[in-house]
Write a protein that binds this ligand. Structure first.
Ligand code: F6R
Ligand code: MG
Ligand code: MG
Length: 364
């Protein structure tokens, strides 16, 4: 069995009419660059998808994760897309490219990456989730529920599924990767205690207890890299499904909740995570936060798909509920839980205003 690597790398390098959707020409330029380098870099197959204003490149190859040439081709493809964005006057052209030249690995340069290397199974099935207008903590809930028989019935029905090993990252730590490993069901409450804090502790990967790679999440927090806010992180997540992993339907099941996450308007408000169709655009209040799910099969690295896993009419009902949740929280405006805590606000205006007001307070 030959090892195969899935590399999903995404960035927002400019979008049309605000933070809405990339232009067709931009997406084409990204794809053309990958295509031109596909054979020479040993990229077996690739696909592009868009979610809101983000473009995601999925590649299959045999070079392993964090391979400099694979990261470089993605970075340069985004640069080519960014050139088009500049030429077309798109909004936020090259905003996620925090450096002008690639060196080594896209992590730390703006684009987000989720990668997994494994022995391809017969009937290999996986899902690529991509979320816009939110941050990596948006996956905490759905990934926690992989260890919950209310969503993953395989934990009860499949005698081979004993639990999972989660790697959780403290994304507020900027001096290197600070991580902890926890095993479910043994450490389930410890996992819950950490994943409660969506902005600080995020799932980076999950393996079976036998060490088989199952989930990879991009954990980039752009404002931690850039030292200033450059937009929401808009995370991607790869999940292998079926056989000893959760079934595709079990992986999708927790998204019925349309949980409230960070990232609505100006990256500074709370909104429901809406399970959305591939290529979805952004409309209401620069959101609501959205997640797409592209389903794939694969043989020797050749991809079949994507199949849009949130297209079914079932998800129309969930979208209706999610949109209602969006309206409910918008009734709350700027108050309380509707707006994110001070450290998560995408602009300095609030802090500045409060500092000025602070000077005018008097002790009576
Ligand atoms: C994410 C996204 C948002 C924006 C934010 C502020 O895709 O678009 O996080 O970065 O809404 O953007 P500006 O300040 O450009 O309106
Ligand atoms: Mg954006
Ligand atoms: Mg985005």
């Amino acid at each position: 069995m030959a090892r195969i690597t899935l590399s999903a790398i995404k960035a927002d390098v400019g979008s049309l009419a605000g933070h809405i959707v990339p232009s067709r020409e931009l997406v084409k330029a990204v794809g053309d660059h990958i295509k031109a380098n596909q054979a020479s870099l040993g990229i077996i197959d690739f696909r592009l998808s868009t979610t809101g204003d983000d473009v995601c490149i999925l590649m299959t190859h045999r070079h392993g994760a964090d391979h400099p040439q694979i990261h470089k081709v993605a970075f340069d493809a985004f640069m080519a897309g960014g050139d088009i964005a500049e030429a077309q006057g798109l909004y936020g052209a090259k905003q996620d490219l925090l450096v002008t030249a690639f060196s080594g690995n896209v992590k730390g340069m703006g684009p987000a990456a989720a990668e997994m290397e494994f022995d391809e199974r017969p009937g290999e099935a996986f899902i690529l989730f991509a979320a816009d207008k939110t941050d990596p903590g948006a996956y905490n809930g759905p990934l926690y529920h992989l260890s919950d028989p209310m969503y993953n019935s395989g934990l009860l029905l499949n005698p081979k599924t004993k639990g999972y090993r989660y790697t959780v990252m403290d994304v507020s730590h900027t001096g290197g990767d600070r991580v902890i490993e926890l095993e479910t069901p043994k450490d389930l409450y410890d996992l819950a205690a950490l994943l409660r804090d969506l902005e600080r502790f995020v799932v980076e990967k999950i393996e079976g207890l036998d060490g088989l790679p199952m989930v990879a999440v991009s954990t980039t927090r752009l404002h931690n890299i850039a030292g200033r806010y450059t937009g929401k992180d808009d995370p991607i997540c790869l999940v292998r499904s079926q056989k000893d992993f959760p079934a595709t339907g079990e992986v999708l099941a927790p998204y019925v909740k349309a949980e409230y996450v960070a990232g609505f308007m100006r990256g500074s408000h709370t909104g429901p995570l809406v399970p959305s169709k591939l290529g979805t655009k952004i409309s209401y209040f620069d959101g609501p936060p959205k997640v797409t799910a592209a389903g794939y099969s694969m043989k020797d690295g050749k991809l079949v798909g994507p199949e849009d896993l949130f297209e079914d009419p079932f998800w129309d009902e969930i979208r209706r509920k999610a949109h209602q949740k969006a309206e409910y929280i918008r009734e709350q405006g700027f108050r309380g839980v509707a707006m994110l805590p001070m450290d998560e606000l995408e602009y300095g205006g609030m802090k500045q205003r409060l500092e000025e007001l602070d000077q005018r307070f008097k002790i009576r």
